[in-house]
Structures are given as C-alpha cells and as structure tokens.
Design a protein around this ligand. Structure first.
Ligand code: 1GP
Length: 226
C-alpha cells in the first residue's frame, strides 16, 4: 500500500494522519498532485519526522521537483497524446535530476475513464482510456513496458468517482512483467483488497485519507487479512 500526500492540501488532516502512519508504516509514501505547491520539501521533511519508508515524488509537473525525496517517479502519460506530458516536462526537470543525482523510476502513467472529468485529465488535456476497453489498456501498458518503463500506473484520477475496473487490472497484470500500480477513487478497505486480488502490486490511497484519516487503521487491518 502506498499513501499519496498532496502538499497543496496538507493542513489538519496531515497532522492526524502522520501519527497513524508512524504506528503502521505503509510500504511507500508518494508526494505530489495536480497543482504546484511551494510546500513540497517542507511536507517531505515533516513526513520524515514520523516515518522512514521511501518517499517518492509523484509530480504533476516539472515545477514540483524537490531534492528532499528518495526518488522521482518520472511519469510519462502514455494513455494521452500530449507531448508535454510524454517528454516536455521531463526535459524541463532533467538538469535538476542530474545535479541532485535523484534516483529516477520511469513509470508509464495511464489515465482510465472514471465517471467524471478528473483534475489530471483537465490539466493534462488528454483523453482517458475508456473503462470498457481492456484491450487498449493492455496494448498501452505493453507499449510502455517495451519502451523501458519500470512500472505501469493505472490511474482513475485523484478523487475518481469509480476506481479502475478490476477486469482491466487483471487483464493488464496478466500481460506485464513489470510492477503494476493502481490508484484513484479507492475509498474502502474492500476496494483496496479487491484491487490487490485483481493483480495490483501497489495500491495508492489519497483523497479518502485526506477526508478521513481515521480510516487508515481499517485499511491496515484489511491488508493483514489479505
Ligand atoms: C491519485 O491515484 C492517486 O493520483 C490516488 O487517488 O486520491 O482518489 O485516492 P485518490
């Protein structure tokens, strides 16, 4: 399980969530979001006061780079056809990555239709993969793997109405030899365990814990039962 913390939101929820993460550390923490925030480094430093798990940058743009993270998820939005999110943002951040020697994890990022217009869809000006088109999802993930991505991220979008369909997770997982990350709209322990059972190697939880940090122990408990 990975927890996504959006530095743009932060606030009270973070102060409630961090002691819980300290008690039951997740496998990873992702830091990022659709909006640029000048608090990214401060938020990462605060997280480190509570937990020692790897903190990965999950940036919405090159402007969200922070040298405080352990590694950078270098996201290529391979479901879209906007060159800015396929290579443009990467060119803008490459010298910072080089100068800081930040480890990079190339990730093929695939946006999947989730019931309503999501921030990532709006900001990136890209079309998501239709939720009934498992064949397109499989072909896109395979293309990402053949291009050298080290993981595929199936994304419903932060706060998605509906998570990525379980059948799509299974279909993509069956064809991949690299890890599969799944996130977006996962709001219950059942939805999380369903995503793992369908084939996700990592499930990312964000919004629901911003709204209700006290759900976290239930998520942890359901993982132990998996
Ligand atoms: C968003 O996949 C992550 O990029 C997490 O989504 O905030 O909906 O949990 P949620």
């Amino acid at each position: 399980m990975a927890i996504l913390i959006d530095p743009h939101k932060g606030g009270n929820q973070l102060s409630q969530l961090l002691p819980l993460l300290q008690k039951w550390p997740p496998h990873y923490i992702l830091v990022g979001g659709s909006m640029v925030s000048d608090t990214t480094t401060t938020v990462i430093e605060t997280i480190r006061q509570y937990v020692s798990v790897p903190v990965f940058l999950f940036p919405g743009s090159a402007a969200q780079f922070s040298p405080a993270a352990d590694a950078l998820m270098y996201l290529s939005l391979i479901s879209g056809r906007n060159p800015d999110y396929l290579i443009g943002q990467h060119v803008q951040s490459a010298m910072q990555v080089y100068q800081t020697k930040m480890p990079v994890i190339p990730v093929g990022y695939m946006l999947v239709e989730s019931g309503s217009l999501t921030s990532v869809q709006y900001v990136s000006c890209t079309q998501p993969i239709p939720r009934t088109k498992n064949d397109i999802a499989v072909a896109t993930a395979l293309a990402g793997q053949y291009l050298g991505q080290q993981a595929i991220y199936l994304e419903g979008g932060s706060g998605a109405q509906q998570p990525v369909p379980l059948s799509m997770i299974t279909a993509v997982k069956q064809h991949l030899s690299i890890p599969l990350i799944v996130g977006g709209g996962i709001r219950t322990p059942q939805a999380m365990t369903d995503a793992f059972a369908a084939g996700a190697d990592v499930v990312v939880i964000g919004n629901v814990l911003e709204e209700n940090p006290s759900l976290y122990p239930q998520l942890v408990q359901s993982l132990a039962l998996l």
